[in-house]
Write a protein that binds this ligand. Structure first.
Ligand code: NBY
Length: 838
């Protein structure tokens, strides 16, 4: 369509008030946005109005890149990564965009000239908490790295109206509060209603013969839901690339309620509209556990179908044939949450676009790659066949057909091995029948990867052993990484400034250049400055803890930190057993020489996970006793920081001395918090689990506090018959710690509160806390001694940072690009696409 000729002159100037980058144009744009978008003038404006005005000012400066990027990808038909994830834990956008655009300082100045404070404005932003933990945050780090490396990519997910709940602590217990992050508007999104699509649910299927006499299937749904895309810009670090995160919001389709409207049931129609909108209402707050709820499955098919239809639209729009799908797109499945992609792509290609099974299967298998994030059996998603068939009758048929053909192949390869067939089947038939989503993902994809070397090995040996024997060529390992832009430059400006001064600023996008710091590790004046930076960061966190928790914290004390989701396998309660032991030791021997310590915890428990909630209560119970004991003043403090989220994480990592990574070996797939701590100069105490193994290899065993059973030792101990009671009876300090919890020392004398937690430890202890306790406590003694030698500790801290270059998400993405995606970089030239009529 040609635009009206007179619009040709409506070009936006590149360097004008909407896009200019001088303090003057920034200030003018800011005031303009305050007036014309927020509808406020300074005397009436709130801090939030100012935040919004600034956010729009920054967004305008992204649009030139965003539009140029979209245009380049369209014109060049660039191969694009479609990153499908039920979660994107983006965190606050303003600061991160300022860093990536390289305008942090100038905007800070412009804002200050107007009498405002940038930190205070950034505090106004409601962070998009559209994820639970590691998996969702990894997706966000990967978007940052793909944009930075100029890799064409589209993130696809769900625009949850309520993200992860806000955690309040009342009487030491977690209370969940809904996260209404969109309440005051979201300046970082653009709705794209013109690209809305329909998604079918329920109903039944009918076979028919088409005009050419071919067998076809038609799906008559019970319900149709409209998906409306909202786009968020993803700017690369100092590149022109600005990719897109496309999140789908569920709505009732107009045509649907119109029918009911004609039948006179207006209120019924409105009800239907409400129920449709429920689909994208709330993020399921579980990590590493699958609940098997119908609404959750509906969310999965919803965002998967919307995203695939969107890809097919883009393909057609670029004039490419269906057979070119896998040249244009590579779909990365972030765990099995989007695994129904395999069946939905088949359905779209066959039922909606008329392809044959073989043609559709060829495209599907060439396009999809699957990342596994867990070794926890309870996290492996499976759906009761009945529920699946009621919601997705056509997909169930397709899955049966995939399974039939798949098992034929297995039978040919392994004749007379019915046990293997049963283990490999997409359907679990051991009792109630289930669809196994990990199996669907393995069969439907060309690549299967774990997220750390150890994790991938354990997948091959255990969880996905049969698939590894069948398809060894599909398996590969991609160790996770984190973005240094958010987790160093933005969150730790002091350390960043010192690094820039010492080795220049190119490390931000070439993290292995941190190596050059090694030369400084022995330099006393460098060590002194390094130490002072850590002290300043600790002072900031101490002030925050004073405000939040009403505690006086000594910034000279060892900040010993465990922040992550609360889970038994992560063993926050092992940390607590050490604290109680240290407490008992200090009570018994007041002259004991140990450095003062501040134990800091943070993390959310899934609302239905009672033991995890008890673990939070235990931390707070221990905190209450220790923090009120005059004998512990200046020696021990225990702090639980409420509502751990991306923003709080950014405050905590720079202030940590010791990073607790103490999961039972063989359970944490990778961990990414471990990387964020080490990149901010914390030393790790950890087990040989997940990426800890690789971190220790990189930083050197002498700069890492290792303890605990290894994964093979864990299996051996369990195989020989583990009895926690033996450890309890055999170690007086352990017994004393557990007994003190049981008699109510940390629950105001109530001996019932923690009984379930302690009973489970004494009778079962699936995560071997009691087996690892002694080694952990001994290792913590070595930590305490090392901390007392400031020079030694500072040297370890410097070397940790210097040797962490491998753990940039840029490296992870380069590995995916090389081994899995085969997506070349596409540099973007800024062109004046605001010019209409071209
Ligand atoms: O993914 C985490 C792993 O535990 C961690 O070791 C790894 O570093 C990280 C990134 O690879 N997994 C994780 O965060 N999982 C979830 O959040 C999650 C959320 C929902 C569900 C399952 C897992 N679910 O089934 O609903």
């Amino acid at each position: 369509m040609q635009p009206a000729a007179n619009l040709n002159h409506a070009a936006v100037q590149v360097e004008d008030d909407r896009t200019g980058l001088t303090p003057e144009t920034l200030k003018r744009a800011f005031l303009d946005n305050l007036f014309y978008i927020q509808g406020k003038f300074p005397r009436l404006a709130t801090q939030h109005d100012y935040y919004m005005a600034l956010a729009y000012t920054v967004r305008d400066r992204l649009l030139q890149r965003w539009i140029s990027t979209a245009a380049a990808y369209t014109e060049q038909g660039s191969r694009t990564v479609a990153y499908l994830s039920a979660e994107f834990l983006m965190g606050p956008q303003l600061g991160h965009n300022l860093v990536n655009l390289g305008i942090y300082d100038i905007v800070q100045q412009a804002v200050a000239d107007l009498g405002l404070n940038l930190d205070e404005l950034m505090e106004q932003e409601a962070e998009p908490g559209l994820g639970n933990g590691g998996l969702g945050r990894l997706a966000a780090c990967y978007l940052d790295s793909m944009a930075t490396l100029e890799v064409p990519s589209l993130g696809y997910g769900i625009r949850y109206e309520f993200g992860i709940f806000r955690q309040d602590i009342r009487n030491g217990q977690q209370v969940e509060v809904t996260d209404k992050w969109l309440r005051l508007g979201n300046p970082w999104e653009l709705p794209r209603p013109e690209w809305a699509v329909d998604v079918k649910l329920g109903g039944h299927t009918e076979a028919y013969t088409d005009r050419s006499g071919r067998y076809r299937v038609r799906w008559i749904p019970y319900q149709v839901i409209k998906g409306v895309p909202y786009d968020m810009p993803i700017a690369g670090y100092r590149t022109n690339t600005c990719n897109t995160l496309r999140l789908w919001s569920a709505q009732a389709p107009e045509a649907f309620d119109f029918e009911i409207f004609n039948s006179g049931d207006y209120l019924g129609a409105v009800q239907d509209k409400l129920s449709s909108e429920n689909l994208s209402k709330v993020l399921y707050p579980n990590d590493n556990i699958s609940q098997g709820k119908r609404l959750r499955l509906a969310q999965q098919i919803f965002f998967v179908s919307c995203s695939l239809q969107d890809m097919l639209r883009i393909l057609a729009r670029q004039g490419l044939a269906l057979s070119q799908f896998s040249q244009k797109f590579v779909i990365q499945l972030n765990d099995t949450h989007p695994a129904v992609t395999v069946a939905e792509l088949m359905r779209l290609l066959m039922d909606e676009h008329g392809l044959s099974w073989d043609a559709a299967w060829d495209i599907t298998q060439r396009s999809i790659a699957y990342t596994n994030h867990t070794l926890m059996p309870e996290a492996l998603e499976k759906w009761p066949v009945d529920m699946f068939g009621q919601l997705l009758p056509r997909h169930l048929e397709i899955i049966y057909e995939i399974n039939h053909r798949f098992l034929e192949q297995v039978r040919a390869r392994f004749p007379d091995d019915s046990d293997r067939l049963r283990r490999l089947s997409l359907i679990d038939e051991s009792g109630e029948r289930y669809v196994r989503m990990a199996h669907l993902a393995c069969v439907g994809s060309f690549s299967i990867n774990g997220v750390a070397a150890l994790h991938t090995e354990l997948l091959k040996q255990d969880v996905l052993k049969d698939f590894y024997e069948l398809y060894p060529e599909k398996f590969n390992s991609k160790t996770n990484g984190v973005t240094p832009r958010r987790f160093m430059v933005l969150s730790n400006p002091r350390q960043t400034e010192m690094l820039n001064r010492t080795i220049g600023d190119t490390w931000v996008s070439r993290l292995d250049e941190l190596k050059r710091l090694e030369a400084k590790a022995e330099d006393p004046s460098f060590q002194h400055d390094w130490h002072m930076i850590k002290q300043a960061n600790k002072g900031d966190l101490a002030n925050y803890m004073a405000k939040q928790n009403g505690l006086v914290i000594n910034p000279e004390s060892l900040f010993d930190v465990q922040v992550k989701r609360i889970h038994e396998y992560k063993r926050q309660h092992l940390n607590v057993l050490h604290i109680i032991t240290l407490y008992h030791r200090l009570k018994a021997s007041p002259n004991l020489e140990v450095p003062p310590r501040t134990f800091i915890f943070g993390g959310k428990a899934a609302p239905g996970y009672h033991v995890a909630k008890l673990m939070i209560r235990l931390v707070n119970g221990v905190a209450e006793v220790i923090n009120h004991d005059p004998a512990m003043r200046d020696r021990l403090k225990v702090v639980f920081l409420r509502n751990f989220n991306v923003r709080l994480a950014q405050r905590i990592y720079p202030a940590a001395d010791l990073s607790e990574q103490i999961s039972m070996a063989g359970k944490e797939a990778s961990g990414t918090g471990n990387m964020k701590f080490a990149l901010n100069g914390a030393v790790t105490i950890g087990t040989l689990d997940g990426a800890n193994v690789e971190i220790r290899d990189e930083v050197g065993a002498e700069n890492f506090f290792l303890f605990g059973l290894t994964a093979p030792e864990v299996y051996a101990l369990k195989a020989q018959g583990y009895n926690p009671w033996d450890y309890y009876q055999g170690d007086p300090e352990l017994k004393q710690a557990l007994d003190s919890i049981l008699v109510g020392t940390f629950s105001r004398g109530d001996g019932e509160v923690f009984k379930p937690l302690i009973d489970s430890l004494l009778n079962w202890d699936p995560y071997l806390l009691l087996a690892d306790y002694q080694d952990y406590v001994a290792c913590q003694e070595r930590v305490g001694q090392a901390f007392c030698d400031r020079t030694h500790w500072t040297r370890m801290s410097i070397l940790n940072v210097a040797r962490m270059g491998l753990f940039s998400s840029d490296r992870s993405i380069q590995d995916y690009c090389r081994d899995v995606w085969r997506t070349p970089a596409v540099p973007i030239e800024l062109t004046d696409h605001a010019q209409l009529g071209e």
